[in-house]
Design a protein around this ligand. Structure first.
Ligand SMILES: [Zn+2]
Ligand SMILES: [Zn+2]
Length: 91
């Protein structure tokens, strides 16, 4: 059984794609992420996400060694007050 969970990849979302067919799981997850989160993943990226050897930011494609680092990055950079707002406040 292969599975991909939104929650494991930095999304605040309960969606899970699972099944025995790798390409089907990748396709379902890819469709969901592009429809619900507006992010397009390459097939190879999805494959690596599923194999668990890559933690890449779905927003900016930065790569991290662990899921903890990735989720810290997403919290700080993408779920924070917003990059633009932050810049305005600093000025
Ligand atoms: Zn999702
Ligand atoms: Zn990022």
């Amino acid at each position: 059984m292969m599975q991909l969970k939104c929650r494991d990849h930095g999304f605040t979302c309960d969606f899970e794609a699972e099944g025995d067919d790798v390409s089907m799981v990748i396709e379902r997850f890819g469709n969901h992420v592009s429809l619900e989160h507006g992010i397009k993943f390459e097939k190879e990226t999805l494959m690596q996400l599923m194999l668990g050897d890559l933690c890449s930011c779905p927003y900016c494609n930065s790569r991290f060694e662990s899921k903890q680092q990735l989720s810290k990055h997403i919290d700080r950079i993408h779920h924070g007050s917003g990059i633009l707002e932050g810049n305005v406040r600093d000025i």
